[in-house]
Design a protein around this ligand. Structure first.
Ligand code: AMP
Length: 127
């Protein structure tokens, strides 16, 4: 299966270009993080690379070592900055159709601020 093409009009591309607002929590040369507009937990932040990558599949294949290191390091730094590292948190990156990815720009969710449920919910019907 071929990788979907990056759509430069996706909502996170618009946030990166400053065309729509976000509640920024962190930024460096390679990474932007902001509050999810529809938070599922007391802390729900999205961490995105500034480069145009569709998903984890795309990013892991094409991104530079510097971009990959920057994103992973940022996730840890943001969790510490937000004060959730000690109690724990969850990172999640939905990828493609089976992963239920809605926005076609790679993003990692950081969920925290309360005890979370177990990892994966039931499959929808029909599975
Ligand atoms: P996913 O299903 O992993 O692609 O999740 C996309 C996430 O983006 C959802 O949690 C949405 O609530 C979030 N989202 C969509 N539009 C915005 C926006 N303008 N600002 C912040 N978060 C957004």
């Amino acid at each position: 299966m071929s990788m979907p093409e990056y759509d430069p009009n996706n909502v996170f591309a618009k946030i990166l270009r400053g065309e729509i607002p976000c509640k920024k929590v962190y930024e460096n040369d390679h990474v932007l993080a902001f509050d999810d507009i529809n938070p599922q937990t007391p802390v729900h932040v999205l961490v995105i690379p500034k480069g145009a990558y569709v998903s984890m599949d795309d990013f892991s294949a094409r991104a530079s070592e510097v971009e990959i290191a920057a994103l992973i390091r940022a996730i840890g730094e943001i969790a510490r900055q937000l004060g959730i590292a000690a109690d724990g948190y969850r990172t999640l990156s939905n990828c493609g159709t089976h992963g239920r990815q809605e926005v076609g720009h790679l993003h990692f969710h950081i969920f925290g601020g309360r005890q979370l449920g177990r990892m994966i919910g039931p499959a929808p019907d029909p599975a």
